[in-house]
Design a protein around this ligand. Sequence first.
Ligand code: FEO
Ligand code: CA
Ligand code: CA
Ligand code: CA
Length: 580
Amino acid sequence: GGRPGGGRRLLGFEPVGTSDTDEFLVPDGYQAQVLIPWGTPIRPDGPAWRKDGGNTAEEQAEQIGMNHDGMHFFPLGNHREGSRRGLLVLNHEYIDQELLFPDGPAEMTEEKVRKALAAHGVSVVEIERRRDGSWERVDSRRARRVTGDTPVEFSGPVSGDHPALRAQGRPRGTLNNCSHGVTPWGTYLACEENWNNYFGTTDESWQPTPTQERYGVSASGGGFDWHLADSRFDLAANPNEINRFGWIVEIDPQRPRSAPVKRTALGRVKHEGCTVTESRGRVVAYTGDDQDGDYIYKFVGEGNWRFQRARGRSPLDHGTLYVATFQDDGRGRWLPLVFGEGELTEANGWQDQADVLLRTREAADAVGATKMDRPEWITINPKNNDVYCTLTNGSGWGNAVNPRDPNPYGHIVRWSERNGDHTATTFEWDIFVLAGDPAYDPQVELDEGNRFGSPDGVWFDPDGRLWIQTDVSNSSQHLASKGYDNIGNNQMLAADPETGEIRRFLTGPRGCEITGATATPDQRTLFVNVQHPGESTTHWGEANHENPRAVSNWPDFDPDGRPRSATVAITRLDGGKIGA
Ligand code: FEO
Ligand code: CA
Ligand code: CA
Ligand code: CA
């Protein structure tokens, strides 16, 4: 090893090759253990998993949900104890209704909607490392499911009796929780991404408002068809229910009976994640709005977050929401989305700050934010405060920060806030890496040891290794016409942010994406998620309720089973730090 200047080598493993097998593959000297697949009871005495998809809604509500995504390990006890025991908190982004119900989704029923809601949301489970080094889910008073049906509260400018929130019944549930965040005070943030897909209507007189159009709300919805069996999701019968979605949701894993709180001051978009840090005592939260041509936001808290909490106020309820502009000269600026400032005045049709937040995308349009190629996860380099954001792929927007037009592979942009201060309103940016395959795009500086496309999850470990996870859509995967035929299954790579070196660390089974990354404090166990193994592809065929194993049968390989999303715990045979 040895780097210029004698620095320690950051990446110490041999890269793995690309893969198209139905296996989860790690480098030599590493091992992987499957933990809490979909349907695992969150407590040891809970309802057992039924491999035919036959668990009821009530049972699903006491089991791990489907499609694991963003995740954090909250250690319990001191550094040493906390590397052996902790709370694993993870999102269940969405569901595959072909795999969730024994007879598939064809006929939507009330019971199916209830089970679908129960398979969404967040799981909190306690896990412990055994003497032999493996991890197990243990009994815990903190074990909990938050689902699409859990009572929730609202805070910030859109809360209380706000007319936009008046709908059937009290506010319940969180849906489409993609990436996540963790606050300095130890709470978990679940982020609502493609919430528009759950709503629809057969009422032909229904028309979307301009705001609903901007968020992609439509009468046909995203194919879940819940509105056919439950008027809660009917856009005409229950028009304001949809305003209760699109928010950042705070969950306290230490208080299993506390209600999740939707923090409306952070805006309403298709939140990929919410990456929280602090500068000069103030809380700062970055969030990407994952849609082609949408924006990157940050929230800067008002005043010192410790003082706020001491006064009984949430630091996430008071502050300024900004949206990013990336100039072609490598500089950038954060523009405030504040009622009464700039374009966001009464004369221009804005009513108040709640109105600005309910229509965050339109407010960002009005101030002239920079269109991006699908902003996904955001992470911060612990060594120098640089901020990294994955832009997974897009159609190209004719600006320097999204340099390919179109951009089927995606890239990672990074920026330095002025003086390394996250509360600053100006920054300088550059592109860390253009993803892709040099066989199709000569600008790409990758090879067989690190070719990848459609970066999604990104996470800095405490040593400053940048972990990159991919989510190549299965509708385009393995199509030479899209240039993905040499890239293989979705994967995770590690990068050295100083040298730019990147190595492929693992590959997932067929049809999955790799997402979620968190480690024990000693960095000797890395947890990642395998989401939607067996998702239908044009390459291997179509998995459905009649043939759920058409694409993948990971991780059980049970001839009568079905593929299951799961967490994987990765350790080194020699017990060393992951990646080193
Ligand atoms: Fe749910 Fe943007 O990935
Ligand atoms: Ca994602
Ligand atoms: Ca995905
Ligand atoms: Ca994605």
